[in-house]
Design a protein around this ligand. Structure first.
Ligand code: F0G
Length: 385
């Protein structure tokens, strides 16, 4: 409650609220254990004491300063931070939305959930369905994914968490259309981000960013696929404070950029399979977020994505999947074009964990796989000693 009091009554710059710790004075620190986003942000979420909370203690992810990317932007006073959402229980930001969507599904006595997915939503849905079962509820999980375009880590997650995985010989947009038809006719709850409870949960990432930074950022850079997450962050910032709001800058992949091109892309293509989407469900809301915040939506090429992906790993020591690197690629592009103001505090959202897509990591690493006999001389020679 103290946290809520502080958050509601002080300007963000004065909020002495860090993660789940409220610092009243230097000598008085109140703490409580982290029990997930519903527990922490309950009064901001559509839950009551009758909602059976299904949680994996998601949220509370690190916000890490990025010295190398800050330098690359080459702008006086600019500072870049990374919101590492890959640190969530299933390795992506989807968990924030899924804890609310699945808790509400259980509250409404639903016995099954379904989603279309480029991978992360399916992994998250499968995990929270398993957790609902652990809590004693019947909860099946069905996922439709585009065959051949889901990163290995994500597919394996959905399978081992026990979802029924159906690979569709088509793309994400076709799969989403099908699940929307299914929920019209059958007793199963849709947990894609068109489910408003997903957006409610995901908006908590904006609260955390403000608390961790001790202020509202000037710019939030974020990848855009189905456009739910940019919608959620904007909602979160709008609820957090009335005075200051960040410019929302969203980035599609250039081979899958319906919003930038202002037309549906029938055959989207990109190395960033998570955002290989040609007809985003929250298209209008994303345009709205960019417009209302005086931000913009742009796109980045696969080469720019992979370059940012490599430098995040190699120059910052921070792992993410290719789609996540679109936020950093977009920031670097925008800084070069002077579309970012000097002195800005920028947060780039890294939406998914690096381990999700080992194939792209190995392909992009440019490291030779060295093999030798267990011989000291040979090895030290290879090491350059
Ligand atoms: N980054 C990652 C790692 C994602 O998995 C997604 C979306 C996005 C960014 C884009 O977020 O759709 O809210 O604009 N993945 C969805 C999925 C589509 O099925 O896992 P968005």
């Amino acid at each position: 409650m103290i946290g809520m009091f502080v958050r509601a009554n002080l300007k963000p710059a004065l909020t002495l609220w860090y993660n789940n710790v409220v610092m009243i004075s230097k000598s008085t620190i109140f703490t409580r254990p982290w029990n997930g986003i519903i527990d922490c942000y309950r009064t901001y979420l559509p839950v009551s004491n009758k909602t059976p909370v299904v949680t994996l203690n998601e949220g509370n992810t690190p916000l890490v300063y990025a010295p190398h990317i800050t330098k690359l932007c080459n702008m006086p006073g600019l500072a870049v931070y990374l919101k590492v959402e890959g640190a969530n229980p299933t390795g992506s930001f989807k968990d924030r939305g899924m804890t609310v969507a699945v808790s509400k599904a259980v509250e409404m006595k639903s016995k099954a959930i379904i989603c279309a997915s480029t991978g992360n939503t399916s992994a998250s849905a499968a995990a929270y369905a398993a957790r609902a079962r652990a809590n004693g509820f019947k909860m099946d999980c069905f996922v439709l994914v585009p065959k051949g375009y889901v990163a290995l880590g994500k597919l394996s997650q959905a399978m081992i968490y026990g979802a029924k995985v159906i690979q569709v010989k088509g793309n994400f947009d076709e799969a989403l259309k099908l699940v929307k038809e299914i929920v019209e006719k059958y007793p199963v709850t849709l947990v894609n981000s068109v489910n408003p409870f997903r957006i409610e949960g995901q908006k908590t990432a904006a609260f955390e960013v403000c608390e961790q930074l001790g202020r509202v950022p000037d710019v939030l850079a974020i990848p855009v696929g189905n456009a739910g997450n940019i919608t959620a962050y904007w909602k979160g910032f709008c609820e957090y404070t009335r005075d200051t709001r960040p410019k929302m800058i969203g980035f599609e992949a250039s081979g899958a950029a319906p919003i930038v091109q202002n037309k549906i892309i029938e055959k989207p293509e990109t190395v960033a399979t998570a955002i290989r989407i040609g007809n985003p469900a929250s298209w209008k809301q994303a345009v709205n977020a960019a417009g209302e915040s005086s931000g913009f939506i742009d796109c980045v090429t696969d080469d720019e994505i992979i370059e940012a992906y490599k430098l995040l790993h190699q120059k910052e020591g921070i792992a993410c999947e290719p789609a996540s690197a679109a936020s950093v690629a977009g920031l670097l592009k925008s800084a070069k074009l002077k579309k970012i103001q000097p002195e800005s505090t920028v947060v780039c959202v890294l939406t998914g964990n690096g381990l999700k897509d080992p194939d792209t990591a190995i392909k992009s690493s440019e490291q030779e796989k060295l093999e030798v006999a267990p011989d000291l001389k040979e090895i030290t020679k290879l090491l350059g000693f």
